[in-house]
Design a protein around this ligand. Structure first.
Ligand code: DHB
Ligand code: MG
Length: 220
């Protein structure tokens, strides 16, 4: 199945996604630095960029920078004067990401904040920053419920929130799943009881295997 999923991604991507030396260099430098290959797939990354554009986003918040691959795709979807804040636990990852973002000429758009994301999110709340238009949650999965709850405090009516990796090869249906599965399941339960958002979850297959994402919109 994986070979077929990858072949279909390759087919669509060859036609729809122009080859992109800066993004390819970002992936290479991430791999060379030993980062895990947890970047979004090219077509998933472009979906994020399209969502940013559909939102007419000027302010994007990303939780989990890794090597900055999705960061770059999201930042490219912003208009002049747009701003992206990305939160990353690992100083080493942040260093790799900063290099990749610099190479793409986006250093003036992207700010990476290093440290535990829950702390960085509380700091953003305390600073009283303007609400974000799009929030992408793609960090450690056990903390998903905390990230979502804090994301809501940094949102406005109309903010879109995307959560990556909510299917995990189907393990999400296992009530006794690992800590990541528990993080996803508790997030789903939290969203189910949250009247402020309308949310859906979709399964995906492709070059990155079998996974999926949640898309939530903050209601008026
Ligand atoms: C994992 C994390 C990710 O963000 C991802 O896209 C794929 C896998 C992981 O922790 O296994
Ligand atoms: Mg992910």
């Amino acid at each position: 199945m994986q070979a077929g999923w990858t072949a279909v991604d390759d087919y669509f991507n060859a036609l729809l996604i122009p080859s992109d030396p800066a993004l390819e260099a970002a992936l290479q430098s991430s791999e060379a630095a030993g980062l895990p290959p947890h970047n979004v797939a090219p077509n998933q990354g472009l979906l994020l960029q399209l969502l940013a554009r559909m939102q007419r986003a000027r302010r994007v918040l990303e939780i989990g920078t890794l090597g900055g691959y999705s960061t770059i795709l999201l930042a490219r979807g912003l208009p002049e004067g747009g701003r992206l804040i990305s939160l990353e636990l690992s100083p080493g990852n942040a260093e790799v990401a900063r290099g990749n973002i610099e190479r793409d000429g986006l250093s003036g758009v992207v700010e990476i904040r290093v440290g535990p994301a829950v702390e960085s999110l509380h700091a953003l709340v305390d600073e009283g920053v303007a609400p974000f238009d799009l929030i992408f949650i793609d960090a450690d999965k056990p903390n998903n419920p905390a990230y979502f709850a804090l994301a809501l405090r940094l949102a406005r009516a109309g903010t879109a929130i995307v959560v990556d990796n909510v299917v995990r090869d189907g393990a999400v249906v296992d009530p006794a799943g690992d800590a990541s599965v528990q993080g996803v399941r508790r997030l789903c339960e939290l969203i189910a009881e949250e009247p402020r958002v309308t949310a859906t979850a979709l399964q995906t297959v492709g070059s990155k295997g079998y996974d999926g994402f949640i898309l939530a919109l903050v209601n008026a």
